[in-house]
Ligand binder design. Structure first.
Ligand code: SF4
Length: 255
């Protein structure tokens, strides 16, 4: 059916209407006909349109939400915290990384994050202790890259979900989502499973768009930049392409 363009008395374009309705408005003296083809009418009155919709930031699902952010290291936190805050979240950081070996490296990354947290006034929950034996026991028999990573993600995200539930957070997520070296699909899947289990939604966002910026920000804040992912296997793989756990090798650690 033919549609009519409708203007108000000041010439402001309104929503179009059907041809029948347009002709009725003209016949009843409520509008004048400006053009037959295309069909355009002008009302004799002005119409105030509803105010524009609020901007995206004001309606973002993170707006005003208490969010617990698992943080793997200071550099990955730079862009992630900035982005989540811009989207309106009240971000609290959470440190639990028993996958970082050796202990001196764990402490170096933890101190670097503390340095950042102070600069950007980020409230933090620090998991005390160092649960390296728990991590190593969990990956026995699954040492290959990729396979052990699934265990590693679950271990860290599960503790984050537990703390989020206990402390009354509305959402949880992780800085692991910024790294192109991590399996983002698996992280999302595990996060959503844990969300169901612990009753706190997992917030997924592809933070990789900020990966280049995170280097710039890390330099700006003077943060320590690590050379390997975290576990002792990843350190080996970063130095030795022949490491039997290496993703490019077919053999198993024992084979
Ligand atoms: S490579 Fe990284 S993600 Fe994979 S198990 Fe080691 S520390 Fe965890």
């Amino acid at each position: 059916m033919k549609r009519a363009t409708v203007l108000d008395a000041r010439g402001k374009e309104l929503s179009p209407c059907s041809e029948d309705r347009a002709r009725k408005l003209v016949q009843t003296g409520k509008a004048e006909l400006l053009s037959e083809d295309p069909l355009v009418i002008r009302l004799y009155r002005t119409v105030e349109l509803p105010p524009p919709k609020p901007r995206e930031a004001e309606t973002h699902p993170l707006q005003g939400k208490k969010l617990l952010l698992h943080i793997c290291c200071g550099p990955c936190a730079t862009y992630s915290v900035k982005r989540l805050r811009e989207e309106g979240a009240e971000v609290t950081g959470y440190w639990f990384n028993p996958n970082i070996h050796p202990y001196s490296e764990h402490e170096r990354r933890r101190e670097s994050l503390a340095h950042l947290a102070e600069q950007i006034e980020l409230p933090m929950i620090w998991e005390p202790g160092y649960e390296m034996p728990t991590f190593l026991r969990a990956v026995v028999g699954h040492e290959r890259f990729g396979e052990r990573c699934l265990i590693c993600y679950r271990m860290r995200l599960e503790r984050t979900a537990q703390v989020a539930a206990r402390e009354g957070f509305e959402l949880f997520t992780t800085t692991l989502l910024i790294s192109p070296y991590q399996n983002q699909r698996a992280i999302k899947h595990i996060g959503e499973e844990l969300a169901e289990q612990y009753g706190v939604p997992f917030y997924f966002e592809n933070l990789r768009r900020g990966f280049a910026e995170h280097y710039r920000l890390a330099r700006e804040y003077g943060l320590y930049m690590q050379r390997y992912c975290g576990c002792i296997y990843s350190e080996w793989e970063s130095l030795d392409p022949e490491a039997s756990t290496h993703p490019r090798r077919r053999s198993t650690p024992s084979g």
